[in-house]
Design a protein around this ligand. Structure first.
Ligand SMILES: NC(=O)c1ccc[n+]([C@@H]2O[C@H](COP(=O)([O-])OP(=O)(O)OC[C@H]3O[C@@H](n4cnc5c(N)ncnc54)[C@H](OP(=O)(O)O)[C@@H]3O)[C@@H](O)[C@H]2O)c1
Length: 338
């Protein structure tokens, strides 16, 4: 109880001195964050890779600082005098055949900083850079980070498998970025929204907040921005990892984010030490799917060639090719971890 009172007092004084750095403020969620901070009179600054474009996209008078998640000195400069940060930045990139053929898809360092659309650069390395800059600032005590609902799904779930196969194992990079925050010693809230839309919340629709929500789930960008701002100072958002979405249909509409945060289950809140959560075995899941596809394709080509040459392959050749590819991948995954 005494700890909770101390936390509320600390957060109340933090709220009065709030000065927020918005990373991703030029994005579709970020623009709502900026507009709402402005409407609430909360001092803020936007980190932008292209300040001229940000100037045109954001309300006149917005404090804009040039910076990039891949550029550590720019993050340190942006953090100057800031008390909290909302990071709604992110990128996505389709998996390339070269990633699979060269094996770099699962390399610990799969892309150089210049490859700005790679999720490793912005969502994993970039988050580590942001955390280090916040710690070095001595003033930024809280980061609210937006990732995605699929990050909390098991590696073998159809949604996670689809996203990770198509989008350069995006879940792994988000999960590692989340863990950089959990182990930083800073206060944080990690928000995992369902699919984002630009719809407004209609009357009769409710809100959901919890340790895990099942897809399909959707949420409006404006409402997500409101939640991210609420999490800056809400005591029950401290060290929490929360999935969020709208309820479909005519659910009770009384639930405000603040009361949902107060009711969020303890399982959403991480231990005070901020121990990282285990990263799901993405290498094994995505590698198995890729090997199965490659095995089927190879066996198909072999059958076509065989037919053209008048050679009949044994019927079990396809199954054997797929099984061999999967077994080889499983062996490699076990040796290297996820
Ligand atoms: N789309 C979905 O359904 C969905 C679902 C769940 C979660 N999410 C997450 O929510 C995030 C925000 O969504 P959104 O619709 O607002 O995305 P968005 O419009 O694509 O905005 C992404 C923002 O990230 C910034 N950014 C990217 N790389 C950066 C870097 N290296 N340094 C600094 N800033 C960088 C972009 O800045 P620039 O203006 O310089 O490009 C932009 O402001 C997504 O990125 C994703 O991680 C999305």
């Amino acid at each position: 109880m005494a700890m909770r009172v101390a936390l509320i007092v600390a957060l109340a004084s933090h709220a009065s001195a709030l000065r927020v750095l918005v990373v991703g403020g030029t994005g579709r969620v970020g623009r709502h964050v900026v507009a709402q901070l402005r409407a609430q009179g909360v001092p803020h600054r936007v980190l932008a890779r292209d300040p001229a474009a940000a100037l045109a996209a954001l309300p006149a008078g917005t404090d804009i600082v040039a910076g990039d998640l891949a550029d550590v000195p720019s993050l340190r400069a942006a953090m100057d005098g800031v008390s909290a940060c909302i990071a709604v930045s992110g990128v996505s990139r389709f998996t390339r055949a070269a990633d699979l053929l060269t094996g770099r898809l699962f390399a610990p360092d799969p892309a150089p900083p210049s490859e700005s659309t790679h999720p490793y650069v912005a969502n994993e390395r970039g988050m580590s850079n942001l955390v280090e800059a916040a710690k070095a600032s001595g003033s930024c005590g809280k980061i609210v980070r937006v990732t995605g609902l699929s990050v909390g799904r098991p590696a073998w779930s159809p949604v996670a498998l689809l996203f990770n196969c198509l989008l350069s194992v995006s879940g792994r990079h988000h999960a590692n970025g989340e863990n950089a925050l959990r182990t930083s010693g800073l206060d944080y809230t990690i928000l995992r929204p369902g699919g984002l839309s630009d719809e407004q919340k209609r009357a009769g629709r409710g809100r959901l907040l919890g340790a895990a929500l099942a897809p399909p789930a959707r949420i409006g960008r404006s409402d997500l921005a409101a939640l991210a701002i609420e999490c800056l100072t809400h005591p029950d958002a401290s060290r929490a990892t929360l999935c969020c979405a709208w309820t479909a249909g005519a659910a009770p509409d009384a639930s405000a984010w603040s009361s949902l945060l107060a009711a969020a289950r303890p399982s959403c809140r991480d231990a005070p030490a901020g121990a990282p959560r285990r990263v799901p075995p993405y290498r094994l899941a995505v590698g198995t799917a890729a090997c199965a596809a490659a095995g089927v394709a190879t066996a198909g080509i072999a059958r076509l060639l065989g037919a053209a040459l008048g050679v009949r392959l044994p019927p079990l050749a396809t199954a054997a090719a797929v099984a061999l590819a999967i077994a080889l991948n499983a062996g490699r995954s076990a040796a290297r971890g996820s």
